[in-house]
Write a protein that binds this ligand. Structure first.
Ligand code: SF4
Length: 497
């Protein structure tokens, strides 16, 4: 595993640019088989349960409307949230970037005198590299989500928003548990099988002692209601619920875009999220809390509101739509590119279509200039998204930004840019266009076989090897028009007048 590095606001893995990383992933047949099976299964379930609701499309439209309206007045909703949480006995902290958020959380844990915390699965804490920051401060963070536990034990990186270990099959998980569980606590049974029930039981026993011992928990948040100060976390296993209720201190790190104006808005999102993410009708565990409740649950609650590039994203009228994401991962599961390359190729904690638009905005388009091109623009992500985020539109917008950033930095133009420039010159001059068409027809006559050119010479050879190029016609439309069409057209015009 490569050492995580901080690039701008995001923990960046230091992987190569997407095309090279994707090429490596494509050669891993086991990875592709694991992904095909896992994404295909979730996809089928999502389609089945969303089709059960007559008002699915209305729910999607409502969610998109709420998110867009909230983002327009984000500052007001956040201030209201701060007031509500504080009134309910919690403490709100504001973090401009990953460094500040990590420092706040580390100081809060240190103040308790504890050297270990239990963690609820959270993308925001992955984004800022909180686990690594705590480790540097001598604090051990135990992942308690089953898939996150697999990733942690394997010293691996997550490859999916919802199922971080989607690239592992159950035989690999059995090997990881047998090899590594003992180094982090209670060891797995030596005769552990790869039956999912046995694997889940081994994880349950391993985690139980940590839940009972932990005095501090760290979580993310799916939603926060500004009017009541209520925070919501949804999950499937119940391990998050253990972290949110047993420890004395709870620290929640939440991206500022997760706020909703009112508690009532949850009725939309709690119908959409489970169906779009895991293909379930409702989340098995929906935990909600409002500040502190005396003698019940954590008696100290801190909410860290994380910006980390979100305010800058908000300033982009096209790109800001990505902040409406509720991290359901439906766009990953439907994406033909993700299904073949897996999440590691994206080199970010946010893989897939949403990662391709979110990472360049949070980290800076220069840091992730290949990601907006990691798509066929087929539009399946837009159709699947429960919040109707127009990912293809944002991708095209970011592609233009990436090209502009390269031009500004003085990087030599790519072969594609040179071809585009030449095409622009030819298409803007009728004389040049006629000359090129005449030349292409002659070249086609020499190189073509059966109406196709199999291989072009020179620098076009690599391009043409993967494609069959039709032989250009002996006479272009333009030449044909000049020879026949103009006189017929003129005649028709005269008759009509
Ligand atoms: S962009 Fe839409 S489909 Fe993709 S993870 Fe976010 S909410 Fe889900």
């Amino acid at each position: 595993m490569k050492t995580p590095q901080q690039h701008g606001n995001l923990v960046w893995l230091g992987t190569p640019a997407f095309p090279e990383a994707a090429r490596r992933s494509l050669g891993d047949t086991q990875l592709r088989a694991n992904l095909r099976h896992a994404t295909g299964t979730i996809r089928e379930k999502r389609l089945a349960v969303s089709a059960e609701l007559d008002d699915w499309e209305e729910l999607r439209r409502s969610a998109a409307a709420v998110k867009r309206a909230t983002l327009r007045h984000l500052n007001q909703h956040l201030l209201r949230l701060e007031k509500s949480v504080t009134a309910a006995g919690g403490t709100v902290h504001w973090a401009a970037d990953a460094l500040e958020a990590n420092r706040i959380v580390t100081d809060l844990v240190r103040a308790t005198g504890e050297r270990e915390v239990v963690k609820v699965k959270s993308m925001a804490t992955q984004e800022i590299g909180l686990g690594e920051a705590l480790a540097e401060a001598g604090i051990t963070a135990y992942e308690t989500d089953l898939a996150e536990l697999i990733v942690q034990l394997a010293d691996d990186r997550p490859s999916h928003i919802l199922v971080p270990a989607i690239h592992r099959n159950r035989a690999e998980v059995r090997d990881i548990f047998t090899r590594a569980m003992g180094q982090w606590g209670r060891a797995a049974p030596p005769d552990l099988s790869d039956d999912p029930r046995d694997l889940a039981e081994a994880a349950r026993v391993h985690l139980r002692e940590k839940f009972l011992r932990a005095r501090v928990a760290v979580s993310g948040a799916n939603f926060a209601a500004a009017d009541t100060g209520t925070i919501a976390v949804v999950e499937s296993e119940g391990n998050g619920r253990m972290c949110l209720t047993l420890p004395e201190t709870l620290i929640t790190v939440m991206g500022i875009e997760k706020v909703l104006p009112s508690y009532r808005d949850l009725e939309i999102f709690l119908q959409l999220l489970p169906r779009a993410s895991t293909g379930e009708r409702m989340n098995p565990y929906t935990s909600m809390w409002t500040g502190i409740t005396e003698s019940d649950g954590p008696q100290e609650f801190h909410l860290v509101l994380l910006d980390n590039g979100r305010t800058a994203t908000l300033a982009d009228t096209v790109g800001r739509e990505a902040l409406g994401c509720i991290r359901c991962s439906a766009c990953l599961n439907i994406c033909p590119v993700y299904e073949r390359t897996g999440g590691h190729a994206y080199g970010s904690v946010y893989p897939g279509p949403i990662g391709a638009v979110l990472t360049p905005q949070l980290a800076g388009v220069e840091q992730a200039s290949s990601l907006p091109f990691a798509s066929t623009l087929c539009g399946a992500c837009y159709d699947a998204c429960p919040v109707r985020i127009d990912i293809p539109r944002i991708l095209v917008h970011l592609r233009a930004e990436a090209v502009e950033a390269k031009r500004r930095s003085g990087v030599l133009p790519t072969p594609e840019a040179l071809v585009m420039k030449a095409a622009s010159s030819v298409l803007s001059s009728p004389v040049r266009l006629s000359t090129v068409q005449w030349l292409a027809a002659r070249v086609g006559r020499v190189l073509g076989r059966g109406g196709r050119i199999r291989r072009l010479p020179g620098p076009f050879r690599g391009w043409s090897e993967a494609r069959d190029t039709p032989v250009p016609p002996a006479e272009s439309l333009r030449a044909w028009w000049l020879r026949t069409g103009r006189s017929q057209g003129e005649g028709a015009g005269r008759e009509g007048s």
